[in-house]
Design a binder for this molecule. Structure first.
Ligand code: PEP
Length: 249
């Protein structure tokens, strides 16, 4: 299997006022010497220009939490991939389960957003994951296969695309799948990317997300096929985010 450098991306969701900027400064300071892992922070849109300034000159990338499929237009409240790129972002999350659930985003919408990210020169972090009912019904692998097929546009068949496997029932709940369950899904995602995109697909990183914390990160990050983490709650505190990054490095 191709060697892929691990990536830890922090998704701040709708959290963080200007008073949170010292956490970003602490992450920048603490990340010095963490050579073997890529890091990204995805703050809320309002904080992004300020976070971008703090990250300037550091190896930590800025990411958006979502983007619109269009480059511009009459879409009140939305942010385009081009706007993220203009701000210096390198990544944008698309298809997070909270967007799928609360904003009724379908796989087709997610694919259009991922294509927009590629158009703007960003790396999309495309999220997939099963619900608890789907897991309990034994449908996890078929659900993930369908989401991958429909949510990844052809344009995203390139090495800098990122997939995040996030079981919906593990997000923000403190519950995680067993290591064997994580490995089973990551191996299946790897096979699907290989089958569809060949050599480029083998370079696509597949992150695990869902209640990654400092005390379980080392175990989760050691699972074959896990190329890093998408971290929600634990990314809000510099010490926790850095401990997770350390577990990857
Ligand atoms: C997420 O929202 O992407 C996530 C993984 O959240 P948490 O780490 O809080 O479960």
């Amino acid at each position: 299997m191709a060697e892929r450098r691990k990536l830890v991306a922090g998704n701040w969701k709708m959290n963080g006022l200007r008073s949170a900027l010292p956490e970003v400064q602490a992450i920048v300071a603490g990340a010095r010497g963490l050579g073997q892992v890529d890091l990204a922070i995805c703050p809320p849109s309002t904080l992004s220009p300020m976070v971008g300034e703090v990250l300037l000159g550091s190896p930590i990338a800025l990411g958006g939490q979502d983007c619109h499929a269009s480059a511009n237009g009459a879409f009140t409240g939305d942010v385009s991939a081009e706007m993220w790129a203009d701000l210096g972002a390198r990544f944008v999350i698309v298809g997070h389960s909270e967007r799928r659930q609360y904003h009724a985003e379908t796989d087709a919408i997610v694919a259009a957003k991922a294509a927009a990210a590629c158009r703007a020169g960003l790396s999309p972090i495309i999220c997939v994951g099963e619900s608890l009912a789907e897991r309990d019904a034994g449908d996890t692998l078929s659900v993930i296969a369908g989401q991958l097929a429909r949510s990844i546009p052809d344009e995203a068949g390139r090495p800098d695309t990122v997939i995040a496997y996030e079981p919906v029932w593990a997000i923000g709940t403190g519950r995680t799948p067993t290591l064997a369950q994580v490995e089973e899904v990551h191996q299946a995602i790897g096979r699907a990317l290989d089958a569809r995109f060949g050599a480029a697909g083998r370079q696509i990183r597949v992150l695990y997300g869902g209640s990654v914390k400092p005390d379980n990160a080392a175990q989760l990050m050691a699972v074959p096929g896990v190329d890093g983490a998408l971290v929600g709650g634990a990314s809000l505190k510099a010490a926790d985010f850095l401990a997770i990054a350390q577990a990857c490095a």
